[in-house]
Design a protein around this ligand. Sequence first.
Ligand code: HSE
Length: 340
Amino acid sequence: MYRLAFIGFGVVGQGLAEILLEKKNVLKDCYGFEYLVVAVSDFNKGSAYSPDGLDLSTLLELAKQNKISEYPGARTGLDALNTIKETNADIVLEATYTDIETGEPAYSHFKAALESGKHLVTTNKGPTTLFFRELSDLAAKKDVRFLFEGTVLSGTPALNLCHLCLAGNDVTEIRGILNGTTNFILTNMEKGKSYEEALKEAQELGYAEAKPDADVEGWDALAKVVILAKSVMGADIGVGDVDRSGITGIKLQDIEQAKKEGKRWKLIGKVTKEGGSVRASVRPEKVELTDPLASVGGATNALTFVTDLMGEVTIVGAGAGKKETGFSLLSDLLSIHRMS
Ligand code: HSE
């Protein structure tokens, strides 16, 4: 029986909570996975802790009204760090907001979880991008897992594909569409919409980051590129090593011109291994229509892995979404269970 603590209970945390409720019996009967949610701490919604477990339906109801602290009979008032350190959880699920400049406050949450000897499962790109090596070393030292499938392509198994299914291959290049908002904008510009109109629609649909620059200037894709470079290729690269440009310079006439050339604009994130070094970039590219990435439209993401044994392997799937990102946390929970 795994005891879980949610740090951050927004869309992603609630997405996992709904899945855990819906699949409780399947998880137990098919995978032997049983859980107890012992704590939730959310900056806006409040916190609740009960060492014997909290009821997920009640938590989801209270979360809607930002009243988790009114959970009957639970200990309340614990902040994120105290929830991590003082509760009896053995797995911490970190899904607070991403800050790509400092990684905080999630970085402190990550360190506290690992230092307390708790497994850490996260969708948070900030600390994973900035402090990957340090956090991986700390997890190894404490003999706990640090898993972050949801940081790249949400629950579409991009990292697990490499670490499990393609294990034994030398992955020499990874390239693809790592940001749904920009792909949605480019796809809609092809249909004749203006950049502004398409961005507004992406924001309304909930794909876009809180600050539009994170998507349209390529920062979100950059974070994912760095995570891929570090975790798949073992590269020692930082945010400043990535050659980055976004899609703000692409005009409707550029889209029309590409069409005439039998091509399509995509914001491509790329990591290439050559000799002992790794190069990484995020920039708009005109992709040939025969490239599998060209047919990936809307908010969908895709990655092509260039490998020595399998040639090119492309995976296409969701890069965001409540259920999809919630599922990424479940897939990491099941990985911990398989490794236990
Ligand atoms: N804003 C991101 C995107 C969300 O558009 O892909 C997932 O990281």
